[in-house]
Design a protein around this ligand. Sequence first.
Ligand code: 4FD
Length: 246
Amino acid sequence: MEFDVFTLLPEVFPPYLESSILQRARERGLIDIRLHNIRDWASDKHHVTDDEPYGGGGGMVMKAGPVFAAVESTLGPEAGCPVILLTPQGRVFSQKVAAELAAHPRLALVCGRYEGVDERIREHLVTDEISIGDYVLTGGELPAMILIDAVSRLLPGVLGDPGGAADDSHATGLLEYPHYTRPPEFRGWKVPDVLVSGNHAKIEKWRREQSLLRTLKRRPDLLANAPLSEKDQKYLKKLNESEPTS
Ligand code: 4FD
């Protein structure tokens, strides 16, 4: 997967991208992340990338010219890849959106700064607008890194074991079951017996039930869209009867 990132702050990316799993994926050639400084495409001698809004009001607006020049000259006329603007006005990012984007061989990510971007960037350059959640940041750089991280870990070979992302919270439509590792007892708190029993059928059943219980308690909204078996539904019904709501 190739990522082309267009930003006024390219220097904020390497410290994160060079650490751990993403760096290993880059070294193995599974992902390529190319950073492009929008300022390099500003046409005036001071390399200005922002300007005052027409109609007045506070703040500055990111100019269309440098962003169009950066994206068009980097991608060429027929790249045909998604050009994604990270913005609070976009469709909300999720595991499902990450999976959809992971199917593309190349993604262009445009990071806005200032109070917003010239509307013509949205209308005539960008093909998709994504928000990582309902809050406002000083720029699209952190959202872009989050998108790169979430998409990259879905690509074959990026996580160590095959099927590594399959059990994730949200991949299954449910929250994940509790995890434990050594020691078997820590400050008197024991690992549940079933996990050390070696009975794999029982372990699987326990994990599924814990996922369902957790999702019901913390994110009941997720249950409406989760693929639930007959058995799952029976278990949830039993939970509802033993402790209505709470
Ligand atoms: N919630 C997000 C993305 C960007 C951002 C910006 C237009 C503001 C939050 C374009 C307006 C970019 C998000 C920069 N804040 N701020 O994903």
